[in-house]
Write a protein that binds this ligand. Sequence first.
Ligand SMILES: [Zn+2]
Length: 211
Amino acid sequence: MLDPGHNLNNSSSINQSVNAGNGVIKACDTVGTSTNGGYPEHAFTWDVANRAAAILRAEGATVILTRSSDSGIGPCITTRAQIGNDAHADAFIAIHADGGPSSGHGFFVMQPPPNNPNVNPGGAARSRALATTMHDVFHASTGIPYSSYIANGYYPDSTITGTINLSHGPVITIECLDMRNSGDAAIATDPNWRQRIAAGIAAGLTSFLAG
Ligand SMILES: [Zn+2]
């Protein structure tokens, strides 16, 4: 399951609060961040997810995306998690790019905490394996450095995203780069780099599933 974060028209119409699990209340979904030049996160995640899906399908994987276009509204974070749960996904990867400090750069991976049995039954340990594998393989594959503002590019106990809180199986979020940084923005807007990022995600997932 690949979840391309956000969507083009996720503005006020989809901004109502939802129960995102683990006691977190947040917006149903948003348009996400953008580079300072105006390249939006939803377009980045949509392109990277489709590139990763093509690579994985060519390797024989069954890949489901949580949305079918980059021009519509939704789905809510709760629905995104439900799509993965209904599919009994072997792995759920939420693909994002951060709106971090302009002085920051690099990628980081987020995983649920181990003591999250109610909303993530049985998935925590496998989520950790997915997170640590993706953390290492994505870095080696793409050459993108670990985040300069999230320690070691690894956020071990995230409860801030609905997809992480509500997914039953192995789940992570990868923030592929910092869109507010000029160097990372140049990477985000380069199709060759987005292919490299997609290949890194596919390699991380393949390594996890083979492990
Ligand atoms: Zn995002």
